[in-house]
Ligand binder design. Structure first.
Ligand code: HEC
Length: 179
């Protein structure tokens, strides 16, 4: 083999080796059960961002459009909106009750993570999360509180009057792929 050929072969072997390395060696999400901490942190940041975007929209809609019990509630928009997002596969998000008296019986904690998460939020924490593996993929489950942010909320949820200031009456629960 002449020198040029040798060089080309060398470059090809190097390129193949560096591209075919194990994903964890290339600094991506690592293996499912123990994902790269930096990837978990990115998922956590995504949840924090989504949480702020969703809650700001719900509060704005309630502030500007909901004036009486007959208006279309932001909570109902949220349920449909989140259902669409989850079905499209972006991530999963649900609005659930924390009082034991949901307006709609389907808006409730659906598994152990949600139930445990509601208890933790009620004890005063503003965020709880856990890494889980489903179908061989790592996900971040996370849950954040929904307090009675406006007086208007009691127009339709009369029992929120009994809630202490800052106490969560609901929660947003998420499942985001760690990647
Ligand atoms: C105009 C009436 C109305 C107002 C005002 C309203 N909601 Fe709701 N809310 C609803 C309805 C109806 C649902 C059920 C939505 C569904 O499942 O389609 C709901 C659902 C919810 C849920 C999910 C659990 C459940 O009870 O089904 C939470 C949490 C919630 N609302 C919080 C709030 C908060 C906080 C406010 C104030 C910012 C508020 N709501 C204002 C009517 C209202």
């Amino acid at each position: 083999m002449d020198k040029t050929r040798l060089m080309v072969v060398g470059i090809l072997v190097f390129a193949t080796l560096s591209l075919s390395g194990h994903p964890s060696q290339r600094g991506s999400a690592g293996d499912a059960a123990s994902p790269d901490p930096a990837a978990v942190e990115r998922a956590r940041k995504t949840v924090r961002m989504l949480d702020d975007v969703y809650k700001s929209a719900i509060v704005l809609i309630t502030d500007k459009y909901v004036h009486s019990k007959d208006d279309y509630p932001a909570g109902r928009i949220a349920v449909r909106w989140f259902d669409g997002i989850s079905k499209k596969g972006w991530h999963e998000v649900r609005l659930i009750d924390a009082t034991g008296e949901p307006y709609s019986p389907t808006n409730v904690a659906k598994d152990e993570f949600d139930k445990e998460g509601l208890k933790i939020l009620k004890s005063g924490k503003d965020f709880h999360d856990k890494v889980v593996v489903e179908d061989g993929k790592p996900y971040l489950r996370a849950i954040t509180p929904v307090p009675v942010v406006m007086d208007k909320c009691v127009l339709c949820h009369a029992h929120y009057k009994q809630a202490k200031k800052g106490e969560p009456i609901g929660a947003l629960t998420y499942k985001v792929l760690i990647e």
